[in-house]
Design a protein around this ligand. Structure first.
Ligand code: SF4
Length: 294
C-alpha cells in the first residue's frame, strides 16, 4: 500500500543542533518510506504523537513550503553561513522527493546563500540533482554521504526494506565522485551479529574505495525509545536467535564502549587495507550520530 503523504506548511525549517559537529540541520520530510527498523529518527514521529513504529514509513509529512521558509531564515542578517546538514532525521531522497522536489528546492536556496552543506541518503534519486549538487560544491562546499552497511542484497532487503540495493548505491557513489562531488560511504548503523563481522566491514569499505568514495565513516546501532520497539519486533520476526546477544549488549540505549572500540578498530584496520590510509583519508563530515535531530 502506498504511504499516506500529509502536506504540511511549517513555520521554521532550520534547526539548531548542539554537540554534533554541525550547527544546523534541515529535514524536508518527517517519516521515511524506506522503513529501516533501526532508524533512530522514528522518535521524531513519536514526539508529535504519531506512531513511530508502524506509522514511520506509512505516514509521511511533506514540508511543502520548506524552501521558501529556509530562504527567509537564511536571509536574516545574523546568518553566518555555517554548515547545514540536510536529512539528519529523514531520507531527503525518499520516493516522495521525485514528486515534490523539496530537497532540490532546499539545495537551490543553499546555493543562493552560499551556504555549505552535508547530505545523507540511501537513494540513487540524489543523482537527479547532480547539477545543483555540483553548483553547491563549487560555490560553498558540499559533502554527500551514501549509507551502506552490507553488500549482501538479501540482508539489505531485510534491514532496509524499501531502499535501493547495495550495488545501486555503490554506483551512485561512483557517479557522484566522478562528477566532482565529495562523497563518502556512511557505514551505519553497524548491527551486532548482522553487519559487524570483520569480513562484512572489510567488504563494504573495499567496495567504497573501489567506487571512488573519498572517505568512510561509521556508527554503531543506538537503540533509543521507539527505535527499540521497532528493532525488537524485527529481531523477533527475523532473527530470534540474536535476541540474547542484543539483550546483553543493549540493556541501555548505547552498546558498551568495549564493543564500540572493537568496531572502531575493525573499521580502522579495513580502512588501512583499502585505500583509506592515514594521510589520504579526508576528514569525514559530522556523521549523524544516533541522536534525535528534528
Ligand atoms: S533511510 Fe534513513 S531516515 Fe529512512 S528509515 Fe532508513 S535510516 Fe531512517
Amino acid at each position: 500500500m502506498p504511504p499516506e503523504l500529509v502536506e504540511v506548511h511549517v513555520k521554521s525549517v532550520l534547526n539548531r543542533v548542539c554537540g554534533m559537529g554541525f550547527a544546523w540541520s534541515v529535514n524536508p520530510y518527517r517519516g521515511c518510506v524506506h522503513g529501516c527498523p533501526f532508524c533512530y529518527a522514528r522518535r521524531t514521529h513519536w514526539f508529535l504523537d504519531e506512531d513511530g513504529v508502524r506509522g514511520w514509513s506509512t505516514r509521511i509529512f511533506v514540508k511543502v513550503n520548506a524552501p521558501q521558509v529556509l530562504r527567509s531564515e537564511l536571509a536574516r542578517p545574523s546568518w553566518k553561513r555555517e554548515l547545514v546538514a540536510v536529512g539528519t532525521a529523514t531520507d531527503p531522497y525518499q520516493p516522495a522527493e521525485a514528486r515534490y522536489r523539496i530537497t532540490r528546492g532546499i539545495l537551490e536556496v543553499l546555493v543562493e546563500f552560499r551556504t555549505p552543506a552535508s547530505l545523507v541518503t540511501r537513494s540513487p534519486l540524489v543523482l537527479r540533482d547532480l547539477d545543483i549538487l555540483q553548483d553547491l560544491a563549487r560555490r560553498a562546499g558540499l559533502t554527500v554521504c551514501i549509507s551502506l552497511v552490507t553488500l549482501d542484497p538479501e540482508l539489505a532487503r531485510q534491514i532496509e526494506p524499501n531502499v535501493a540495493l547495495p550495488r545501486h548505491r555503490l554506483r551512485t557513489v561512483q557517479q557522484l565522485s566522478e562528477a566532482g562531488v565529495r562523497t563518502g560511504v556512511l557505514l551505519a548503523p553497524v548491527l551486532p551479529g548482522l553487519t559487524d563481522s570483520a569480513e562484512n566491514l572489510d567488504a563494504v569499505i573495499r567496495a567504497a574505495a573501489d567506487s571512488g568514495a573519498h572517505f568512510v565513516a561509521h556508527n554503531v546501532l543506538h537503540l533509543g525509545e521507539v527505535t527499540r520497539d521497532a528493532f525488537w519486533r524485527f529481531l523477533e520476526a527475523r532473527y530470534p536467535q540474536l535476541l540474547p546477544t542484543y539483550r546483553d549488549l543493549y540493556p541501555r540505549r548505547y552498546a558498551p564502549s568495549s564493543y564500540r572500540r572493537q568496531i572502531a578498530l575493525r573499521v580502522a584496520q579495513s580502512r588501512n587495507r583499502a585505500r583509506f590510509r592515514a594521510g589520504t583519508v579526508l576528514q569525514p563530515p559530522p556523521a549523524p550520530r544516533q541522536l534525535a535531530l528534528l
